[in-house]
Design a protein around this ligand. Structure first.
Ligand code: TXA
Ligand code: MG
Length: 602
């Protein structure tokens, strides 16, 4: 379906802005589409009675129109106006769980557009418990049809920033109500018969539903007990898929660990560096259990790295697993691993809460594979595993030979998105600062611009502005750059090195940079020899790659170092070749440079 941008900018309305919320409600009643928060995930709302408005929602999501939308209400009184029958069973679930993370499917009333229900004679009704949703829906006064506010196929958004990422320019406004409480979509229950059929598991579990039934129990859609109900139509589409491949790491049966003690913050595990084998020998029961949980992550990571030494691996895991990695202190693994920690390893509600944002976050870090914690058992685990399996199912459902879907370009964030911003800078050094180091400065600038903004990898609220510059160990100040190199760099990136004047490297320049990268090894050694106190931030391209576990081998298996010969005096083709090589190395090193500067992509 063709997606057409309708607005220059989608408005972001704060939840405390009552006038803004009222304006959104008015626009919705007039046929516009509004993103709004709920306790499950963010929704993309429109007037459920207005077929034209519903079409706009499908367009903005890029979703096929044969998947019905849920109707949201702000007041239980509205239910009788939008359904033709409330069965005793439906009434029981409404009384027990509304407002809350449940959708009750009932026979629809005529006023609900066929576009909303995709031609079905039933409608899903949901009354969110989130106070901002409630205020907004009350202000609308009409039934609000809303799917999750993601681009079709992407993880559902559980924060306004993710909605903006997918919807900027496609809808009128988004109401920012902060983080969604549950993070997984509502439980969808068909109540048109006498037995409730769970079409989609969610935070209201089968056990919760069974507990309010006088007799009998709910059945899961598709299970043997479910004889007649067709599956929820939406379940047939690929859902929740990040761009990276997702793999589920199974939790060993019967695992029970209490995070803080298990990793030995009390000194039970006293060493600073472990191998998995070391840890297996530990007598402490909890530590052993932890090894069982962390082993699948480590073993699989090693397997991936042995077939692709450049792989970047994202872990969606608990804090103990991250702590275990930190303790192991395996340089190679750490250099290739990005973490998204949801909370304590065994806490499935934290894992559910953070899942969709976690998948999105790891995607932005451009990992190739995401290894995600799996859960056994009943209750919320069922809903969590339902979503995770869909995210992991991506590989099978892509047609072989089809190119991977293109990553959308990043949405720039509003400048005031962060409480604080600090700056970080990298310095490129060679001898004369008229050619290679200038080329690196210029090429790095383009990469920085393309990938910004950056956030501190320690703190959520802190942004990072990243700069780069260059200098030469034996340079004269104020020399013009090499015109051949200028032309070559311009040919690659559209920007040359014309504006860069050479300058001699000195302690003041070293001081104001957080990372110093030299083109050749001997240049880094020279700096460290003269200023040993800054040795921790000085690397050559080769030693920086090695320090990050990037070991490159040539076809005969020999370890390669990064060597970039100076093209001065050669023909233009040699310059171009050199500039291309520098660019390629920088592209490989870029994520590691960002990480070294204490930053992450947003
Ligand atoms: O938590 C949620 O339910 C979120 C928030 C925004 O309320 N909404 C949401 O909507 O997840 P959506 O459109 O992404 O998923 C709705 C699911 C789909 O699987 C759809 O097929 C099913 O509910 N569904 C909706 N109406 C139905 C009906 N009349 N009969 C059977 N299944 C229905
Ligand atoms: Mg959805």
């Amino acid at each position: 379906m063709e997606r057409v941008k309708k607005y220059n900018k989608t408005l972001l309305i704060d939840s405390s802005d009552s006038k803004g919320i009222k304006d959104c409600a008015e626009h919705l009643v007039n046929g516009e589409v509004i993103g709004f928060p709920t306790e499950t995930v963010y929704g993309l709302g429109c007037d459920a009675r207005n077929g034209e408005a519903v079409k706009k929602v499908f367009e903005a999501k890029g979703r096929p129109a044969d998947n019905p939308l849920i109707c949201h209400i702000g007041d239980k009184e509205q239910i009788k106006g939008i359904v033709s029958e409330i069965t005793p069973l439906a009434q029981k679930l409404i009384d027990a769980f509304m407002p809350g993370p449940i959708t009750v499917v009932m026979k629809k009333a005529d006023c609900i557009s066929d576009q909303t229900t995709a031609g079905l004679d039933t409608v899903g009704v949901r009354m969110p418990s989130n106070p901002v949703a409630n205020k907004f829906l009350k202000a609308c006064g009409v039934p609000v049809a809303a799917p999750s506010a993601n681009l079709s196929g992407r993880p559902s958004p559980t924060g306004a920033r993710s909605v903006l990422e997918d919807m900027d320019g496609y809808i009128y406004a988004i109401i920012d109500g902060g983080d969604s409480e549950f993070g997984l979509e509502s439980t969808v229950v068909d109540c048109t018969g006498t037995t409730p059929v769970i079409l989609r598991p969610g935070a209201v579990t089968k056990a919760d539903i069974d507990a309010v039934l006088n007799e009998g129990e709910a059945v899961m859609s598709g299970s043997l007990a479910d004889k007649e109900t067709p599956k929820a139509p939406g379940m047939k589409y690929r859902h929740y898929a990040p761009y990276a491949q997702v793999e589920i790491m199974k939790m060993p049966e019967g695992t029970k660990i209490e995070g803080d003690d298990a990793i030995g913050s009390d000194g039970k595990i006293g060493k600073t560096s472990f191998t998995v084998e070391d840890l297996k020998k530990l007598s402490d029961d909890e530590a052993k259990e932890l090894v069982n949980i962390v082993s699948p992550f480590i073993l699989r990571s090693r397997e991936i790295l042995s077939s692709n030494p450049f792989a970047r691996i994202g872990l969606y895991c608990g804090s103990e697993i991250k702590a275990m990695y930190d303790k192991m202190n395996d340089k190679l693994l750490s250099a290739h691993t990005e973490f998204c920690v949801y909370g304590k390893t065994v806490d499935v509600s934290c894992a559910s809460h953070g899942l969709f944002e976690g998948l999105r976050y790891l995607d932005v870090q451009e990992v190739d594979v995401i290894l995600a914690q799996g859960f056994d058992g009943e209750g919320l685990s069922v809903a969590y595993m339902n979503r995770l399996s869909k995210a992991a199912g991506k590989k099978e459902e892509l047609t072989p030979g089809m190119p991977a879907p293109a990553r959308p370009s990043r949405t720039p964030l509003p400048l005031d998105a962060f409480k604080d911003t600090f700056t970080a800078s990298v310095l490129f050094v060679d001898d004369n600062n008229t050619s290679l180091s200038c080329a690196m400065e210029s090429l790095m600038r383009r990469m920085l611009e393309k990938n910004e903004p950056y956030i501190s990898n320690r703190e959520n609220d802190t942004g990072v502005e990243i700069y780069c510059e260059s200098a030469g160990l034996t340079a004269m100040d104020g020399m013009d750059p090499d015109s051949q190199m200028d032309k070559a760099v311009k040919e690659i990136s559209g920007f040359g090195i014309n504006s860069i004047e050479s300058r001699r490297a000195n302690p003041a320049i070293y001081d104001c940079n957080d990372l110093i990268l030299t083109v050749r090894d001997e240049q880094a050694f020279a700096i460290i020899k003269a200023f040993p106190e800054i040795k921790d931030k000085v690397f050559s391209l080769s030693t920086f790659a090695a320090a990050n576990g990037l070991v490159m081998k040539d076809s005969s298996g020999k370890v390669m170092s990064i060597s970039v010969p100076d093209p001065t005096g050669e023909n233009y083709e040699t310059y171009l070749h050199t500039a291309k090589a520098l660019n390629a190395w920088l592209e490989i090193l870029f994520p590691y440079i960002i990480k070294e500067l204490g930053a992450a992509r947003i």
